[in-house]
Design a protein around this ligand. Structure first.
Ligand SMILES: *[C@@H]1O[C@H](CO)[C@@H](O)[C@H](O)[C@H]1NC(C)=O
Ligand SMILES: *[C@@H]1O[C@H](CO)[C@@H](O)[C@H](O)[C@H]1NC(C)=O
Ligand SMILES: *[C@@H]1O[C@H](CO)[C@@H](O)[C@H](O)[C@H]1NC(C)=O
Ligand SMILES: *[C@@H]1O[C@H](CO)[C@@H](O)[C@H](O)[C@H]1NC(C)=O
Length: 412
């Protein structure tokens, strides 16, 4: 077994292209965008730098704002088609010798050996592999601020992740449907990448963009983003940060928000609680203060029945005010989960709205629907929950096995 250190050194030696060619997400609204179709100065990785040098790819990029009227357009509830490549020339923005530079992958080999170019992609996967396994994900984050001089790293919330990036040149980012509109001057967005330790030295990638949410219908401001904690989404979410998460600021001399060691980088995937696609938990912690919507659904009646039972029980009546408040949380949340259904193409994403605490509340507040024994037991409780009600609650109980499929590494 080759040690991580020597493997990494080997990768650097074998793929000299990795030293100069790296990756950026190309969009005309990028800070640092130049008219040169052969541009590659914004792809350089960031490590061991002063804040001024790494922040939004340093002063050269920050001092070159995008042209008037250029925005990275992120469609609410839709998909942003991003172009990630080593050189702008290899993307759809290239104009020189398109045939020569064309590739479906993020980078094209500069030698006759097509495998060489993967060095810049920092993965042990090989081109043509139908099932690459060493990709660690990239993200798009947003800050509701137009003025670069007022912006701080702590203002960015990751809104979309693609676990299987960087790999193909075209990378899709699903945008949440509950984001509010940006101010008239636009928001500022950030693309970030932290790659696998298997191929190349450790670093982060970060570029800034002027952006806006098109068709935005969200009315609530995003809650303050928190630091993304290491965890095992979706198999064990105990340590996961729920709600908006900041991008990883790692391995710099200043202003890090992540202090993982060199060989345990923070990724944009389930290892840090990120979902693959739109981040649908952005408002998961604020719904408790909302009024109960009047819409009467089966889910509402099933859940409130269960909750009232819990409140009537001796344990619940003896519990503190805080417990009553958290019970109210799940009462309010459940109708919202079903109300959100039409806006989501993925039924699993509905379940992702729930924090671990809320999930466990659901489990404890709907015992009759969960336990087969309870269904047949001759008690008033199980009679009150009809089969129909139980089926509404059931998806929550199937969550672990259904979502396990999505785990990037275990594939379970
Ligand atoms: C594009 O830029 C690279 C250096 O970044 C240079 O090696 C190459 O010759 C340039 N290609 C063209 C067509 O200008
Ligand atoms: C990630 O991007 C690829 C294209 O490179 C796309 O096929 C895939 O659906 C995207 N994944 C998500 C979760 O959006
Ligand atoms: C929880 O997250 C913190 C911050 O990322 C991390 O240092 C710690 O190891 C995590 N704990 C567990 C049990 O994973
Ligand atoms: C909950 O539902 C109400 C009414 O449909 C809506 O106004 C509110 O934005 C929803 N909240 C969440 C968290 O989806």
């Amino acid at each position: 077994m080759v040690s991580k250190l020597s493997l990494s050194a080997l990768a650097l030696t074998v793929f000299p292209v990795a030293v100069r060619a790296h990756i950026a997400l190309w969009d005309e609204a990028m800070f640092g965008w130049e008219d040169d179709p052969n541009q590659s100065n914004v792809v350089t990785p960031l490590a061991n730098m002063a804040f001024n040098d790494w922040w939004l790819h340093g002063p050269d990029a920050r001092n070159k704002p995008p042209k008037e009227g250029k925005f990275m357009e992120l469609p609410s509830g839709g998909v942003y088609h991003g172009y990630t490549s080593c050189n702008k020339q290899q993307s759809k923005f290239g104009t020189i010798d398109k045939e020569k530079y064309a590739t479906i992958y993020a980078c094209k080999s500069s030698t006759d050996n097509p495998a060489d170019g993967t060095g810049a992609m920092h993965t042990s996967d090989h081109w043509g592999d139908p099932n690459p396994k060493d990709l660690k994900g990239t993200s798009i984050a947003i800050a509701y601020e137009s003025d670069l001089s007022k912006l701080t790293p702590e203002m960015f919330s990751v809104i979309s992740v693609n676990y299987t990036s960087v790999w193909f040149q075209q990378t899709d980012y699903h945008i949440p449907s509950d984001l509010p509109a940006c101010p008239s001057g636009g928001c500022i967005c950030m693309w970030s990448w932290v790659h696998s330790i298997d191929a190349g030295s450790q670093q982060i990638y970060q570029n800034g963009y002027r952006c806006k949410i098109t068709g935005a219908s969200g009315t609530r401001s995003l809650p303050a983003p928190q630091i993304a904690k290491k965890c095992h989404y979706p198999t064990d979410t105990t340590n996961c940060t729920v709600g908006p998460k900041q991008p990883h600021y790692w391995l710099q001399n200043e202003r890090n928000n992540n202090f993982q060691g060199h060989y345990d980088p923070p990724f944009y995937n389930g290892d840090y609680g990120f979902m693959d696609g739109a981040q649908t938990d952005l408002f998961a912690n604020v719904a408790a203060v909302e009024p109960v919507p009047e819409t009467s659904t089966v889910a509402l009646s099933a859940s409130s029945t269960a909750i009232h039972q819990e409140l009537d029980s001796p344990t619940a009546s003896a519990s503190s005010e805080a417990a009553a408040t958290s019970t109210a949380t799940s009462e309010i949340k459940l109708p919202n989960v079903s109300a959100a259904a039409p806006s989501s193409s993925n039924p699993q994403s509905l379940l992702k709205h729930l924090s671990p605490q809320q999930e466990s509340q659901q489990r404890t507040s709907a015992p009759a629907a969960r336990l087969p024994e309870a269904e047949s037991a001759d008690t008033g409780v199980s009679e009150e929950l009809s089969e129909e009600d139980a089926s509404v609650v059931r998806p929550v109980t199937t969550r672990p096995s259904e979502t396990r499929r999505a785990h990037p590494e275990t594939g379970l």
